[in-house]
Ligand binder design. Structure first.
Ligand code: NAP
Length: 283
């Protein structure tokens, strides 16, 4: 059931109301970036609308209501629905309030967006957030079209950075690096989960109860990550700080190197980058 005002211009509209849209949109409300009453969200079913309604965001099942009544539109459906969603939109944008279109859909290129939407290249942004955005600890990489007018990009880009900053860190990168960034940042949380699980398994084998083993492993990874981000020190220097001569840590590091961990990680990034590239070609 819709509760939007068809005569109103909304500040931000989401097409797609699921996990990532909620992480971003509800953070806008929570952090005072945009009032709930100035956000409009569309999705075909009621599956994901309650959390939006609960905070006072307007909802509809009409994607065109969002597209035609919002100044900033964020496309947040699954990539496989992209063609279906776009083919149902009035993609002629003359006279619409729309001035920034952000796609968070993995694998949809800026040139595809440009082909589909009658918008100035400086209005189009591709953003790749990651799952920790769900807890406000994400990281989003942002790309814009190479041929966009730099003066107009200068006007629009700060808005996009400000919005995505609601769920974590942001960095602007060329679109050509988006797949590699996806391989490390988008897929990265899965690697962290696997590493934590494996470390915890090792601790369980040494007799530590599972619950404590998982907390110890996750805290070590989180703490190590924060030390990298907050001290700005080289990872090698930080590693050396915990590696005493003839000690247990160097013995463990030797075992990891023997197991090819470093090379396996690099292979993982290569495999994921190639896969992201293939997914982009299919669209
Ligand atoms: N989750 C992540 O960590 C992550 C990270 C980076 C990028 N992304 C990107 O974020 C996008 C959304 O992912 P998600 O995890 O949030 O997916 P999700 O939870 O499955 O949400 C998808 C949303 O799209 C809606 N939808 C489906 N068909 C639609 C249509 N025809 N018109 C309008 N809305 C439609 C769904 O509607 P219903 O509510 O009715 O089911 C749902 O609200 C994806 O493109 C993904 O690549 C996700």
């Amino acid at each position: 059931m819709s509760n939007y005002d068809s005569h109103k211009i909304y500040e931000i509209g989401f097409i797609g109301a699921g996990n990532m849209a909620q992480a971003i949109g509800l953070a806008f409300v929570k952090k005072g970036i945009c009032k709930a009453e100035n956000i409009l969200v569309s999705a075909p079913s009621e599956n994901n609308k309650k959390p939006w309604r609960d905070v006072g965001v307007a909802v509809t099942s009409d994607n065109n209501a969002v597209f035609c009544c919002s100044k900033i539109v964020i496309l947040a459906t699954k990539p496989q629905y992209f063609q279906k969603v776009v083919s149902g939109l009035f993609t002629k944008t003359i006279g619409l309030p729309l001035n920034i279109l952000i796609s968070i859909m993995a694998g949809i290129t800026l040139s595809t967006l440009h082909e589909m939407f009658d918008l100035d290249p400086s209005s189009l942004f591709k953003v790749m957030p990651n799952t920790p955005s769900l807890i406000g600890q994400g990281f989003s990489v942002i790309a814009h079209m190479d041929n966009a007018d730099s003066k107009k990009i200068f006007e629009n880009l700060p808005t996009v950075k400000y919005l995505m900053g609601a769920v974590g860190g942001v960095e602007v990168i060329p679109e050509s690096l988006m797949n590699a960034a996806g391989a490390v940042s988008g897929s990265g949380p899965a690697y962290a989960f696997l590493i934590i699980e494996a470390l915890a398994d090792g601790a369980v084998k040494q007799g530590i109860p599972r619950d404590l083993a998982v907390r110890l492993a996750a805290s070590a990874i989180a703490g190590g990550s924060l030390m990298v981000l907050e001290t700005g020190k080289h990872t090698g220097q930080l590693k050396d700080m915990v590696t005493s001569a003839g000690g247990s840590t160097i013995a463990a590091l030797h075992a990891l190197e023997r197991g090819g961990v470093r090379s396996a990680m690099m292979d993982a990034i290569e495999a994921a980058t190639n896969r992201w590239e293939k997914m982009g070609e299919k669209k």
